[in-house]
Write a protein that binds this ligand. Structure first.
Ligand code: PRP
Ligand code: URA
Length: 209
């Protein structure tokens, strides 16, 4: 499955195990979501183009590599995706951030859109959609389609935990989108929760329930 990237670095796996633990409190949960996003960003941006520039070190002139200045945008899916933004901004401080508000109807599990604000030049940017959880894939698929309707061409999806059902949905609906996750879990339960998962990511990040 070429467009699925499971990032299983030991640091990621360790931090993810802390997130999964139901005894992890809101402060640690929030901090670790951000740390995981930073580590995942490192891998998800591996293909960023570089260019040569000439500089002077204290010793000599040198041709060195710098980022070619490709424009990036982060698009967190509200609410839970917000928890991943700061971790990525740490590494890419110039990234713009668009927001898309979707919640899952608890009965139908279908995504319902309630907010959207994108940078004006979103169609020219390489986009990373952020959401800790890929369950049925309905929310992520809708967010991707939404961005494609804006003529966005380069879209990656970053999730902390993905369910096989969600991965299949994205691969069917959007085979051009690369998925980055730290774990592929077993299945969805009858309420559409990822098993074993970590529970409701939004509630655990924001301390709601
Ligand atoms: C969660 C999660 C995803 C969605 C995943 O959000 O953050 O956006 O569910 O489920 P899906 O793949 O089946 O669409 P939720 O609807 O609970 O909203 P919240 O972030 O506001 O809590
Ligand atoms: N959304 C969550 O926050 N957790 C799940 O397990 C599934 C959807």
């Amino acid at each position: 499955m070429e467009n699925l990237h499971v990032l299983n670095h030991p640091l990621l796996q360790h931090k993810l195990s802390i997130l999964r633990d139901k005894n992890t409190g809101v402060k640690d949960f929030r901090e670790i979501v951000a740390e995981i996003a930073t580590l995942m960003c490192y891998e998800a941006t591996r293909d960023l183009p570089l260019m040569d520039v000439e500089i002077e070190t204290p010793v000599a002139k040198a041709r060195v590599k710098v980022l070619a200045g490709k424009k990036l945008a982060l698009v967190p899916i509200l609410r839970a995706g917000l928890g991943m933004v700061d971790g990525i901004i740490t590494l890419i401080p110039s990234a713009k951030v668009g927001h898309i508000g979707l919640y899952r109807d608890p009965d139908t599990l279908e995504p319902v859109e309630y907010y959207c604000k994108m940078p004006a030049d979103i169609s020219e940017r390489d986009i990373i959609i952020l959401d800790p959880m890929l369950a049925t894939g309905g929310s992520a698929s809708a967010a991707i389609q939404f961005l494609k309707n804006y003529e966005c061409k380069s879209i990656k999806l970053m999730n902390i935990i993905a369910a096989p059902e969600g991965i299949r949905r994205i691969q069917t609906d959007h085979p051009d989108v690369d998925i980055f996750c730290a774990a592929v879990d077993d299945h969805l339960n009858e309420h559409g929760y990822i098993v074993p998962g970590l529970g409701d990511a939004g509630d655990r990040i924001f301390g709601t329930k």
